[in-house]
Design a protein around this ligand. Structure first.
Ligand SMILES: C[S@@+](CC[C@H](N)C(=O)[O-])C[C@H]1O[C@@H](n2cnc3c(N)ncnc32)[C@H](O)[C@@H]1O
Length: 183
């Protein structure tokens, strides 16, 4: 079963504007990432087209779709959940949704994973909040966060390091963490 092109086209015509960009959520699209999220947040009007069943008749895709986006290499029943993923990730970059700095240090925003975060209590099940975070010394805290960010990325997603913008200091830290790692 497939969605008819005329029905989708009528729907598109009823919501489009001069500024609309049409995205078809599809497993065949480019995989969504943070750079794409930030790019889409700059658009004035997004129309998200969700398929169901086996998808949508190709003719209307050819006629109205600007870009196909996938949320990963697996197949879901419909495009609604992918659309929700896109809406949630993009709306975080729309002014007023979050406090201004909230997206600055996050995973992927600077090409690395975020450093570990801690809150109260100071001791939980015998595990303490790292001393440096209680010191109030901003420069040392920043240095510690950068090192932890690099360490985590190296452990969990070393593929990200190939594209991340690394300083000389970063490279030295990474080489100390993993002698075999070459940049
Ligand atoms: C069962 S899928 C159709 C799969 C299609 N026959 C194919 O093999 O490429 C139905 C709809 O779910 C949505 N969908 C499924 N997986 C998706 C994914 N990974 N990312 C984005 N949308 C997806 C698309 O809108 C698609 O039209």
């Amino acid at each position: 079963m497939l969605m008819r092109p005329d029905v989708v086209y009528d729907c598109y015509n009823s919501v489009k504007s001069d500024d609309s960009k049409v995205i078809y959520l599809s497993p065949q699209g480019k995989t969504l990432n943070q750079a794409k999220v930030e790019e889409l947040a700059k658009e004035k009007h997004l129309i998200l087209l969700c398929g169901h069943y086996e998808g949508i008749d190709q003719r209307v895709i050819d006629k109205i779709v600007d870009e196909e986006i996938s949320i990963g290499d697996y197949v879901l029943t419909g495009g609604e959940i992918p659309a929700m993923v896109l809406i949630d990730s993009v709306s975080r970059y729309v002014q007023g949704v979050l406090a201004d700095e909230s997206t600055v240090d996050e995973s992927f925003s600077n090409g690395l994973l975020e450093y570990p975060q801690y809150t109260r209590p100071e001791v939980f099940e015998g595990m303490e909040v790292p001393e440096v975070l209680k010191s109030g010394h901003h420069k040392n805290i920043e240095k510690w966060r950068r090192e932890e960010s690099l360490k985590r990325t190296l452990e969990k997603r070393p593929d990200l390091l190939e594209k991340a913008q690394l300083t000389k200091e970063d490279k030295k830290i990474l080489e100390n963490l993993n002698k075999d790692f070459k940049y």
